[in-house]
Design a protein around this ligand. Sequence first.
Ligand code: PLP
Length: 392
Amino acid sequence: MTIPGQLNVSPRLLLGPGPSDVHPRVLTVMATPLIGHFDPQFLVLMGETQEMLRQALFTKNSLTFPVSGTGMSGMETCLMNLIEPGDKVVVCLNGFFSLRMADIAGRNGAQLTTIESPWGQIFELDRLREVLTKVKPKVLAIVQAETSTGAWQPLEGLGKLCHENDTLLVVDAVTSLGCVPVHMDAWEIDAIYSCTQKGLSCPPGLAPVSFSQRAVDAINRRKTKVPSWYLDRTLVQRYWTEDRFYHHTAPITMTYAIREGLRIVLEEGLQARWDRHMVNHRALKAGLTALGIEYSAAEGHQLPQLNAVKVPAGADDVPFRKMLLTEFGIEIGGGLGDFKGKVWRIGLIGHNSRPSSVLLVLAALEKCLLSQSVKIPAGAGVAAAERAYAGK
Ligand code: PLP
């Protein structure tokens, strides 16, 4: 076999559902020489990372750390540690990722109840109250930002409701952390997981998780061992929160990355960051609307960072996205599951939520739509976005 040539990757603007572009400052720190995972310097970095994660999640939970793995490892960590065979679990299904939560709960022997909302819709508190009082589950699991549909699930009041029914609330914040508010303590969330490759503008590789004291107590009452050795919180926490006892070799470079990503988030300020995501979303939405493109999530519940829109009539999904990628270097996402071929997912996530992304993607969409002979008012998208930025 001949040795492949030197790595030569064309740069892209990642405006899909994630990964999103890595912040240049994060890329820079990732070139820092490796140190050992028990180096006193690294132990300091671990502590700083945990403290900044707590700030970003608005929590005081001591059991807050990044799991070595992508968002899915966070999902498995939260669910596996809390669920024992026979435990009653409710999973709220309204998209691709909630289906995975149900799968994991089932694999762990849960007595599973699912409630469904159509893709793109959310769950109202009354409906959740009804299922909680009827089933009295140990765990209720829900996705805050459903990346497959662009739906934004409100969480205010849900934790309190769960606790009135002796239920633990597990939240998927993979696409929400660093983009929209996540108030872990105020909303009484018991276990949460996220990722690094979206709102924190890092590469994929870590999954921040946090457990409330209620969740920790529930884990301590387990009668059976957590089936996964790697994700067993009781083992891994010794490395992250107790005596730094060896569990596995920490991904040092990714720890540099998340630490820098979190520094950037906190320097900007969470509120300013959420506001920025909203301003850019509004401009994009104005532009898309001017082109006659509709959102797939319900009005009033659309995520600012993940704009899932219906593929316009006459557009040919796969060749369209290929044209966007080859002619403009812009990646947007196609539909997942039930939405395959029907939806485009345009991410304005973290560092990429900025006017230049909005104006570039609108101009490129217009050009590609016209190339596919889709009838649109040429130039209207960019003009509408500019008007939105100007507050007109
Ligand atoms: N949950 C949601 C809502 C997601 O959007 C994703 C990935 O996009 C995941 C879970 C899984 O994360 P990962 O692909 O990082 O494992």
